[in-house]
Write a protein that binds this ligand. Structure first.
Ligand code: ZN
Ligand code: ZN
Length: 339
């Protein structure tokens, strides 16, 4: 019952959305000349500006309902989402194949914020996603990437299970990990965030870069979605097109159903050289009262750790000494943000 109610809050705005996309293309030609009966002076609202506002309100209210973990507002026909990219759930624990990156706060603000079309427009043909950069933003402000990591430094547009971070142990228990810019992001369903979110947003967990909503694993009534296309989306019950989380690849967004021109993926920090693969199992990530954040892990049956703290715009890192294979450093190293 609760579920159905919350889903209805999703249905209404998307209904408006569908209406607008119709009106947007064929308003003049389809407005039937109903001049016969001078009925009640229907306040035929000029739909476009009001609808933009309605869509803005609908989307920004989801971020508020999710706990205001990310801040959202609208600029023209775009939804703008600002965040530091960090999750308030447990990050990194559960990784068994670590790339030696850590989750640092990211500057996804101002001109480096996410920009997503408010009014999604279906593309003639779906476009591929790449393994570099976000394909969607979750309501907690954490970016969501496609199901592949970049191979040999190139974009990963074609899915290969060998490069699926989830299947090779690179994701934590919440579906995320940190990338080469020490940028935390999800590659699969953000299950811990979803559990914290509950029914607060009518099943919406975020928005894809083409503007379509991303819904949780189920449709209304706890039904698993059927007939998902290659992009992991479908359209039913007048809801309009939407993506779903799935247990199997592509997990979130397999390709873009809509146009992504104009959408903006923020840049990440590039503070320190990227690490390489280490068959380490991360067991804890904690921040102490002294301000130091520590990643604990086991490697070759030994307990190891990397700690870091920000002081005056610079990060001080403490690495194991001697350096572990493919480590970005050893001992104490300072990294300062480039102006
Ligand atoms: Zn990644
Ligand atoms: Zn659905």
């Amino acid at each position: 019952m609760k579920k159905l109610y919350s889903f209805a809050t999703f249905l209404i705005p998307v209904g408006i959305l569908g209406l607008v996309s119709c009106l947007g293309t064929s308003a003049q030609s389809t407005t039937t000349p109903t001049t016969t009966t001078p009925t009640i002076p229907t306040t035929t609202t000029p739909t476009t500006p009001i609808t933009s506002e309605a869509l803005c309100l609908e989307r920004t209210s989801k971020f508020v309902a999710a706990g205001n973990l990310a801040s959202s507002h609208c600029e023209g026909s775009f939804l703008v989402v600002e965040s530091n990219g960090l999750s308030s759930e447990q990050m990194m624990v559960g990784i068994t194949a670590w790339q030696q990156q850590v989750p640092l706060p990211q500057p996804y603000i101002g001109s480096n914020a996410f920009k997503i079309p408010l009014l999604p427009v279906a593309a003639l043909t779906p476009s591929k996603t790449s393994g570099v950069g976000a394909v969607a933003i979750a309501l907690n402000g954490v970016p969501i990437f496609n199901p592949s990591k970049p191979s040999q430094g190139g974009n990963q547009e074609v899915y290969d299970p060998k490069n699926d971070p989830k299947l090779i142990g690179e994701l934590d228990s919440c579906g995320g990990h940190s990338g080469r810019g020490d940028d935390y992001h999800y590659h699969s369903g953000p299950v811990c965030f979803l559990a914290a979110l509950g029914d607060k947003t009518g099943g919406v967990i975020g928005y894809a870069l083409d503007g379509y909503p991303v819904l949780e694993f189920h449709d209304a009534g706890e039904k698993l979605p059927s007939n998902l296309d290659a992009c992991n989306g479908h359209d039913h019950d007048g809801l309009g097109y939407h993506y779903h989380l799935t247990e199997k690849a592509p997990y979130v967004v397999g390709c873009f159903h809509g146009k992504v021109e104009g959408a903006f993926q923020p840049q990440t920090l590039h503070l320190r050289p990227p690490g390489g693969p280490l068959q380490a199992k991360i067991t804890a990530l904690t921040t102490g009262a002294d301000g130091w954040t520590t990643v604990k892990y086991t490697y070759n049956a030994l307990e190891q750790s990397v700690s870091y703290q920000k002081v005056n715009g610079c990060y001080q890192f403490r690495y194991p000494t001697p350096a572990l294979p493919a480590s970005p450093g050893s001992g104490t190293v300072n990294y300062c943000e480039k102006k």
